[in-house]
Design a protein around this ligand. Structure first.
Ligand SMILES: [Ca+2]
Ligand SMILES: [Ca+2]
Length: 241
């Protein structure tokens, strides 16, 4: 009997612990580990279509496990019918990249319909990083990163936004640590019917193709906490470092 009670308490404790700690899979609506292809491993069927980039060595030294983009016309398009990766009140977008490019879009979901031109974009812009958000009431909210990451080495770039996240509700993290934050007045992201693009934007706008490599793209329907971003970095970083 005592063993049974002990077991029950252990199971209950494990269940409560599990409820208190969100998993890094919670709210993961698209995940591209680029393990030989551009399939979405989140289980949501948002498989990517590869339009030019070639498989390359990843940050772990593993061949055919990242994509190399030529900065001319290469991109990957995804998001099914164009509505499945539309988000309105909170988001996390994350990717590893290695580049020396001055300007390029890493992950973007944009529209060419007025009044909105952007939905969300994670990019290199003006020699640092930038996270763009667009709501119906305001174009071109942008949070610039502080760090210049154009060293050709692999970096993890994560951006989060939460409508009701209070002061500094928009954040950019680099390699697991906060780089910059700012309060966004955006009330709600627009939800135009456009696909998510990796490595360059849609045809109707300047496409901002990135020259460099991209890997492990993740899109979440929630804002990860700083502790979770650090945990994601520890999970994905090269183990030999
Ligand atoms: Ca990979
Ligand atoms: Ca090409």
């Amino acid at each position: 009997m005592k063993t049974k009670i002990t077991l029950f308490v252990a199971v209950l404790a494990a269940a409560l612990f599990g409820m208190g700690c969100a998993s890094l899979d919670d709210g993961l609506i698209a995940h591209y580990p680029f393990s030989g292809d551009a399939k979405d491993e989140s289980g949501n069927g948002n498989d990517g279509e590869v339009k030019g980039p070639t498989l390359a060595v990843d940050r772990h030294g593993k061949p055919n496990s990242a994509y190399s983009f030529d900065g001319v016309d290469d991109f990957i398009t995804t998001g099914g019918d164009g509505t499945s990766l539309a988000l309105s009140e909170r988001i996390t977008i994350s990717a590893w990249f290695a580049s020396t490019d001055d300007d390029g879009w890493i992950i973007s979901r944009t529209s060419d319909t007025e009044p909105a031109h952007q939905n969300y974009i994670l990019s290199i812009h003006n020699q640092t990083t930038a996270f763009w958000l667009n709501g119906l009431e305001m174009d071109d909210f942008r949070l610039d990163g502080n760090l210049d990451l154009r060293d050709g080495k692999w970096h993890q770039l994560v951006a989060t936004w939460e409508k009701n996240g209070g002061v500094n509700n928009t954040k950019i993290y680099v390699d697991g640590s906060i780089d910059n934050s700012k309060t966004s007045p955006i009330d709600s992201l627009t939800t135009p019917i456009w696909k998510v693009q990796i490595g360059g934007g849609i045809e109707a706008l300047p496409r901002n193709f990135l020259k460099g490599s991209i890997d492990d793209v993740r899109i979440y329907s929630r804002a990860l906490s700083s502790e979770e971003v650090k945990a994601l970095y520890d999970l994905e970083k090269p183990k030999t470092k």
